[in-house]
Design a protein. Structure first.
Lengths: 476, 102
């Protein structure tokens, strides 16, 4: 009876996960979908605590440990998730993902310890007593979980700027070697004498951690969302290993579901940036060549605009479009941006935002960011609609966006971003570009837009520049 | 070889689940708009927190004098809960922002 209820609870859990994911991929039902999945998760967790029985019919014990763990985790998790700034969302997700990976690795470690204690005295090697399938799931959970944990921590560090990109020649070969080494050690654990099995297992986990670090280190900071999505699906697979281990179907469904959906999502994210997953993962090779090609082309001259002139232009315009990009997110300038928008509206200027789907290199980033600053949603125009309106626009103000407005995507077939849909800002009467310097954007390619006669540059940090603009406009 | 075949027979239910879930996972999110990529990633992140169940089982089964297992299991439960609770709360916060759209 007890076990039957547990089975039912797991079925409910699995269904809510599928429904939740389905609903999460539609803007109207997304929030409900998240809550449904959370509900199913709670049912699965609490039924496990109270109804789970081991093979010999015993319930679980150590309730004090279990509940203190749950309470500590819940409090810390809720606080962290509530306090985190909107701009730091991806690194938070990465952190949580790492926790899940570590959890999977620890489960494998405990399970290994369990098996090891049982057999260490009465046999020569694991191969003689432990079925290969059982060992394989333990080992896979430990390795994948370890890689996911270490990789997520590096991704987290990169996103908040604590860890810098680090590449050396032949890094991909070294990485392959490390990966091969993991497999060898995992094999040694199984086939070597039980007196050293535990040491080899420890080495397996440690190498997995090293591999996680090496895997993420060379990938550029701006590509971290893609990497996090990939590691996310890794953790899913690690969770599924746990499902195999305990013949637990809800873990298996949840894990594989996320593993598959996460992989597809990773590919979709790459597609939205018009790149392949391979290009993101081994990108550190390509970028140098591209940057060199771009530098050779850099021949034109650009013109600068003073804050006063920019303020003048904008306050006497009829229609102003703001194009936000990564620079806005980095400078945390969304509130200042909203202030500028309100100020211009008071002066009778029509202000709208043009949102490129991958502006900020994190899909949906700009929507979330501007929503946080209370910018009303009907002011945010998606790319197609914005492109229709640029013709009748007087001033386009670009805030730290680069590749998404690069005309090379339309007219230079040799450009790496050729074919990516862009915001066609050059159709407007004037373009003001706010950037910190003339350095090329993330993709490492020169932007002809900056050298066009109707474009002028307003250098400086997005927030500082916007504040100066606001002061100037008030003085007019 | 015999080992592997035996493993497949013993776990055939599980293997069927794996295969079906792979297709389902791909099917279910196939048409997601790019605005929702980040919340979807975050939501999926919370769902793989289901690994917490394994942590609970491991900790709940550990014998009371095996401190290594107790400590590691306890740590696993804490981290797993962080993943689940933090994951769902963060996703909800992100999606809260999107609600103003309509």
């Amino acid at each position: 009876m007890q076990l039957d209820i547990l089975t039912l609870a797991y079925i409910i859990g699995s269904v809510t996960f599928i429904l939740g994911l389905k609903m999460l991929s539609n803007p109207l039902s997304a929030r409900k979908g998240n809550l449904i999945a959370a509900g199913g998760m709670s049912i699965a967790i609490f039924s496990t605590i109270f109804l789970y029985e081991t093979e010999d019919g015993q319930g679980l014990h150590n309730y004090v440990w279990i509940f203190s763990g749950l309470i500590i985790g819940s409090i810390v998790g809720t606080l962290a998730a509530k306090k985190v700034k909107m701009t730091a969302m991806p690194e938070m997700v990465s952190m949580f993902n790492g926790m899940g990976g570590a959890c999977a690795a620890l489960i494998s470690a405990v399970e290994f310890d369990h098996v090891y204690r049982e057999f260490r005295l009465d046999s020569n090697s694991f191969a003689a007593v432990v079925p290969f399938g059982h060992y394989f799931t333990i080992s896979a959970g430990a390795i994948i979980g370890g890689v996911s944990f270490a990789g997520s921590m590096i991704a987290w560090g990169k996103l908040n700027g604590r860890i810098k990109d680090f590449t050396f020649k032949g890094q991909h070969i070294v990485n392959l070697l490390v990966f091969g080494f993991i497999l060898v050690v995992a094999g040694l654990t199984y086939w070597s004498n039980t007196s050293v099995t535990n040491i080899w297992f420890l080495v397996t986990i440690l190498t997995a951690l090293v591999y996680g670090v090496m895997f993420v280190l060379p990938i550029g900071g701006a590509d971290m969302p893609v990497v996090i999505s990939l590691l996310n699906s890794f953790t899913g697979v690690a969770a599924a290993c746990g499902g195999f281990l305990y013949n637990n179907k809800v873990m298996l469904t949840g894990g594989i579901l996320v593993g598959a959906a996460g992989t597809l999502l990773t590919i979709l994210m790459c597609k939205a940036m018009n790149r392949s997953l391979m290009n993101v993962l081994v990108g550190s090779f390509g970028t140098h060549a591209v940057a060199a090609g771009g530098a050779a082309k850099q021949a034109g001259s650009y013109k600068e605009i003073s804050v006063t002139d920019a303020a003048m232009l904008m306050s006497y315009a009829k229609k102003v479009f703001i194009v936000p990009g990564y620079g806005l997110a980095v400078a945390q300038a969304q509130h200042t941006c909203h202030e500028l928008e309100k100020l211009l509206e008071e002066k009778g200027v029509e202000v709208k935002y043009a949102i490129h789907p991958v502006a900020g290199r994190m899909p949906g980033h700009m929507n979330v960011l501007l929503a946080e600053a209370d910018v009303s949603y009907d002011k945010l125009l998606e790319m197609e609609n914005a492109n229709d309106e640029f013709k009748s626009t007087d001033v386009v103000l670009i805030l730290g966006a680069n590749d998404v407005v690069n005309p090379a995507a339309k007219n230079d077939p040799s450009s790496p971003i050729y074919g990516m849909p862009i915001l066609e800002v050059e159709q407007a009467k004037t373009v003001i570009v706010n950037k910190r310097s003339m350095k090329p954007g993330y993709a490492g390619i020169e932007n002809d837009l900056f050298y066009q006669p109707k474009t002028s540059m307003l250098f400086g940090d997005a927030k500082a520049a916007l504040q100066k603009l606001i002061t100037e406009i008030k003085n007019i | 070889m015999e080992n592997i075949l035996q493993f497949i027979t013993e776990n055939q239910q599980m293997i069927y689940i794996v295969i079906l879930m792979i297709f389902l996972g791909i099917e279910v999110i196939g048409r997601v708009p790019s605005v929702l990529h980040t919340p979807l990633m975050s939501g999926a992140n919370a769902i793989h927190g289901v690994v917490i169940i394994g942590a609970i089982i491991v900790l709940g089964k550990a014998s009371t004098d095996n401190y290594l297992a107790l400590v590691l299991g306890f740590l696993a439960v804490v981290l797993g809960t962080l993943n689940v609770v933090g994951g769902f709360v963060v996703t909800d916060r992100m999606l809260e922002m999107f609600k103003k759209k309509k």
